[in-house]
Design a protein around this ligand. Structure first.
Ligand code: HEM
Length: 371
């Protein structure tokens, strides 16, 4: 199966053509030292470079009286385009390690945004994050499990989220997939084939107050529950009004095909704009947000059913990458306070992580220039 290059200017798993499965884990530090965290990051870098090639993280049968170095469940599966993306949360820079002076300004917490009335802190935040994406769910799970195992004296799992299908497209050679509301998601996204757009909106540049972040990015994750049963009883014309696009082709209601730019001024015979002013696409569009754009890389999830109500517990695990989440994600999210879609969704988690740049080669590790 196919391999994604592990070393490079940027970490893989951001502009990489989006894979079909996600396992995302957030970890908290145990009482530890900077030296121990650095050692773990160096071991993670070595392990991740092997995992990306579809290799086990260590020899299996070298010491008969010790547990095998690799847990084994990915032995025969190949790399399956595995990418591992590692980052640091705001809490990593609190008093415990004494690294407060290394915290980027842009990593200050997002705080409570306009729609944030239902956020569960126990599935939000964390000191360190790992995003594992692969075409095979077991390959992604294996990666996170083995990194957790390598780090077990330094960190403990805080929360973990699986995503069973991609809900975005990050390459023009990918078909736009659908989210669980049945609409194409990822049509108007930053794509790998537009490096100049990524340079402007995704990668941290000279503007940062922390040189170690140059070439990195900021990740926002939001677990968003969908009220699926209510949605499923809504008229198709209302569903399309809410997004501002058709369900079938994904074309904007102002006309054209899936990739035609929406026109927010075209009016119908009733004198109203064809794209509703409270539609998701209009309120999320760069024209409504001072030009701000995001690279969206979310996944569909389900947690089974909500036993209190007997309804499906499912939705979108939204992930976005950007140069500055305060100026990009938070700005757009606050503009979405009036989104017609809000009737059918509730955010249940919210996290922000600083994603350092890519690793240059053997001997480099996550955040090496920061420590
Ligand atoms: C566009 C779905 C949450 C930002 C879209 C589109 C769909 C969609 C169907 C149109 C197709 C496309 O261009 O990809 C959803 C669903 C959500 C959700 C189901 C929640 C469950 C969010 C959030 C944000 C966001 C939380 C950011 C704060 C955007 C942006 C666009 C977009 C920036 C592109 C707008 C444009 O340039 O035309 N979304 N979205 N979405 N969404 Fe969302």
């Amino acid at each position: 199966t196919e391999t994604v290059e592990f070393y490079g200017e940027h970490q893989a798993g951001i502009t990489t053509r989006q894979q079909n499965s996600l396992v995302f884990a957030a970890f908290d530090l145990k009482p530890t030292t900077v030296a121990q965290v650095e050692t773990m990051m160096a071991r993670w870098a070595a392990a991740a470079s092997l995992l990306a090639q579809g290799k086990p993280v260590g020899p299996v049968e070298s010491r008969p009286m010790a547990p095998p170095a690799d847990t084994g469940e990915a032995f025969d599966l190949g790399p399956n385009r595995l990418t591992i993306t590692v980052g640091f949360g705001p809490s990593f820079f609190d008093d415990r390690l004494g690294l407060a002076a290394k915290m980027p300004e842009a990593l200050r917490p997002l705080g409570q945004l306009a729609v944030d009335t239902t956020i569960d802190p126990s599935i939000s935040g964390g000191d360190i994050c790992v995003q594992a994406c692969s075409e095979d769910p077991q390959v992604a799970f294996h990666a996170v499990r083995n990194l957790a195992r390598i780090g077990r004296s330094v960190i403990t799992l805080r929360w973990l989220q699986e995503g069973f299908g991609r809900a975005s497209a990050t390459s023009t050679d990918q078909v736009t997939p659908r989210n669980l509301l049945g609409f194409k998601d990822g049509t108007a996204n930053i794509k790998a084939e537009e490096p100049a757009v990524a340079e402007k909106f995704v990668w941290v540049g000279e503007e940062t107050d922390q040189p170690w972040m140059k070439g990195g990015s900021y990740l926002v994750s939001r677990k968003i529950r969908m009220h699926i049963e209510a949605w499923d009883s809504d008229d198709i014309s209302d569903q399309e009004r809410i997004f501002g696009r058709t369900k079938d082709s994904g074309a904007p209601l102002s006309g054209g095909g899936e990739f035609t730019d929406p026109n927010f001024t075209v009016k119908g015979t009733d004198g109203r704009t064809k794209i509703d002013r409270f539609s998701h696409v209009r309120l999320a569009h760069p024209d409504s947000n001072g030009g701000a754009q995001l690279l969206r890389r979310g996944y569909n999830f389900t947690d089974g059913i909500d036993v209190r109500t007997g309804t499906l517990s499912a939705g979108l695990f939204f992930i976005a990458y950007q140069k500055n989440a305060h100026e990009q994600f938070a700005r757009i999210q606050n503009n979405l306070a009036q989104d017609a879609l809000n009737e059918y969704i509730s955010p249940v988690s919210s996290s922000l992580f600083a994603i350092p740049p890519g690793l240059t080669g053997i001997g480099d590790w996550y955040g090496k220039k920061m420590f």
